[in-house]
Design a protein around this ligand. Sequence first.
Ligand SMILES: [Zn+2]
Length: 242
Amino acid sequence: MSNAVGLQDTQALPKGLAPQRDVAERGVPVPQHCRTNRDESVNAPVAIPPPLKQAALIGPDSVLQLIPLLDRHVGREARDRLLEMSGLATLPAREGLMNEQPAAALHQAVRRHHPDEASCVMRTAGALTADHVIERRMPVAALRVLRALPPWLSGPLLANTIEKHAWTFAGSGLFRVRSRDPLIFELANNPVVRGEQSDKPVCHWHAAVFQRLFNEIVDPDLRCIETHCVATGAHACRFIIQ
Ligand SMILES: [Zn+2]
């Protein structure tokens, strides 16, 4: 018997994605410190992950939640260029999964061409993605149970649920719960940073997804920190919840 408190049936996950509303309308605070400097080198080449033998899929929130934030922080014109260079001439459907490659290319393009805004934009998009999962994907009864439990119990249960549904945010990467005390997640071969190089961890979107889920369901004081990152040469991105 699974000890994970399930999301809705995974095959049904793409259905009913929330209509894209303005971030402010959704009541999610957008950090005001995001800088809005435009990057004129936006047409420079971007590291696009190598093609896979078989198209790997990822949840469209990895792209859709970024759109209003990019509009706000880098402008519509720059956003359109980012989408175009990422192979996203058209936005993914809200229903269904999408090819992970253009989603990864967009994340990398944002970091490369808008480094001052990237962290803030990715963190906010990750939090919005988690909000969407909580609002639209997690059964109300499961949420009620988890929220009624003490954190030492609900934390590992939520980790199990995340692991069970990891394909929605991990794509072709390999996700596992490395430790349950303390809670440590690993995402090997993370497609979102595949081919990318950095001197510090860059997976702010993933960290924000995890942290928001734990803040909203387990403990509002928990923080998620990426301690290792594929982009820095580690074999896996590693996140600690503490
Ligand atoms: Zn990483």
